[in-house]
Design a protein. Structure first.
Length: 479
């Protein structure tokens, strides 16, 4: 936006400056040409009296001497023509030509003849055109000579354009330098003006970025910026206050819930250990699974409590084998699946013609387990009896993929676009127990880790939910 504002202010000013500067440059060039013409006419007037005497008496000695001295002094050529247009006397050499060139022929023959005929008809020469910097050559001015009210001859003076051209160049250079100085001043003033206009918006942007980074107490002074911005700033501060209240309430709820659940969970684990002492060895696998689930719930509660206390969204990242996560969570859900006659098929790191390899990614294991639980729970609700749920961990296109595919009724394309929304449920599944939060929570967890959730309808029916994770650690996490 800064660039657009600078262009918006600077381009019209430069265009106006060029227009006015061009007009002034052309006017100054015409002024120099007019001054040059007037000077030549004044010089011709000096010779008109002598030329009249020479044309009347036929004695050209005095006139020739004056013309020679003038030509030698100013580097011009002066020519006197009689009534028939023939040269009576000429002195001086053509400026800018080689010695020996014919005197008097400074213009093309037709142009020179036209000017002489114009003077012999009693009319004065027209003004000299502007001597532009790229102009070369000479210019000739012809004036008629009168005696007793009639034209008896003409006098011409030819001078090079070096003088007026140099004067025009000097004026144009000064004008260009002044224009450059004005442009620099314009740029300085416009930059200050743009900064003044954008300063409130930049402060709003910085405050929004600070809130997005977790600094929920970031605010903007109400008196910042012009009056047009103050209402928006007040609305922003009010919105930030409401966001802070919501976040604080969420943090307090997470702290209270995790703290209140830790004691019952600890008591439950103690009771499991107590009951395990009275069971035979055949119950040991079930007791061990119960211990693992209890420890996992304890880790989740500790994570929630730590995040709520520190008011940070960072999570501890570590290398995680997605295949191992898939097998552990499938084992935890196997009893539920067996009750419904559903089987699991777990595949991890399979490659055509090669042994499987671990699918490792640097991420937060607890978040991945929670997201995968939500996806498996959703698949178990809709998978038909005696079907198979396929859980796959693999590498794909620079990402690690953990997918769950069931063979249930599936969803339409329109329904898939809403499946990760909170509390959304298909109208066909209103009788199925659930809150519509499983895939939405999974999507939020993956987004916090720099990943995403995709839902597709594969060939053969059913639904496939894929957890996509970057192979590198996302920014904001700690290892």
């Amino acid at each position: 936006m800064k660039t657009r504002l600078i262009a918006l202010f600077l381009v019209p000013l430069v265009a106006i400056l060029l227009l006015l500067g061009g007009a002034y440059a052309w006017t100054s060039a015409r002024g120099v040409a007019q001054e040059f013409t007037n000077q030549q006419l004044d010089d011709l007037n000096y010779f008109l009296v002598s030329a009249r005497q020479a044309l009347t008496t036929g004695n050209t000695k005095i006139l020739a001497g004056e013309m020679a001295r003038y030509s030698e002094l100013y580097g011009t050529q002066i020519t006197v023509y009689d009534r028939s247009g023939s040269r009576l006397v000429a002195r001086g050499s053509q400026p800018g030509t080689n010695p020996g060139s014919r005197p008097g022929e400074y213009l093309a023959p037709k142009e020179l003849t036209a000017q002489i005929d114009l003077a012999l008809s009693g009319r004065r020469s027209e003004a000299v055109p502007p001597a532009l910097p790229w102009a070369t050559g000479t210019d000739t001015v012809v004036e008629p000579v009168y005696a007793d009210g009639r034209v008896i001859g003409a006098v011409s003076i030819s001078a090079g354009l070096e003088g007026p051209r140099a004067q025009v160049v000097t004026q144009w250079l000064v004008l260009a330098a002044a224009g450059l100085v004005l442009i620099v001043v314009f740029i300085f003033v416009i930059l200050r003006l743009v900064r003044w206009v954008l300063r409130p918006m930049l402060r709003v942007d910085h405050a929004m970025a600070a809130i997005e980074q977790g600094e929920i107490n970031a605010r903007i002074a109400d008196d910042t910026g012009p009056p047009e911005m103050q209402r928006m700033i007040r609305m922003f501060n009010s919105m930030a206050d409401e966001i802070e209240r919501v976040i604080v309430r969420q943090q307090e709820f997470a702290m209270n819930a995790s703290h209140e659940l830790r004691n019952p969970l600890g008591a439950l684990l103690l009771r499991v250990e107590y009951l395990a002492t009275g069971l035979d060895e055949t119950w040991e696998p079930d007791v061990e699974k119960t211990r693992e689930e209890g420890q996992r719930m304890a880790r989740i509660l500790d994570t929630l409590l730590t995040m709520a206390r520190t008011q940070r969204r960072d999570v501890a990242l570590a290398p995680v084998d997605l295949g191992e996560v898939a097998r552990d969570r499938v084992a935890a859900w196997r009893d539920v699946a067996n009750e419904r006659g559903i089987r699991f098929n777990v595949r991890a790191g399979e490659r055509p013609g090669a042994p499987p390899r671990p699918v490792r990614v640097v991420t937060d294991r607890t978040s991945i387990e929670s997201a995968l639980d939500g996806v498996i729970d959703n698949a178990l609700k809709f998978a038909p009896h005696a079907s198979t749920i396929e859980v796959t961990a693999a590498y794909g296109e620079g990402r690690c993929v953990l997918s769950v595919r069931d063979h249930g009724p599936g969803l339409t394309e329109d329904e898939i676009s809403h499946v990760t929304e909170r509390f959304w449920r298909s109208t066909r599944d209103q009788n199925v127990a659930g809150s519509g939060l499983g895939l939405a929570i999974a999507s939020d967890l993956l987004r916090a880790l720099g990943g995403s959730v995709t839902v597709t309808s594969p060939t053969g029916g059913g639904l496939e939910v894929s957890l996509l994770l970057p192979e590198t650690a996302p920014s904001g996490g700690t290892q």
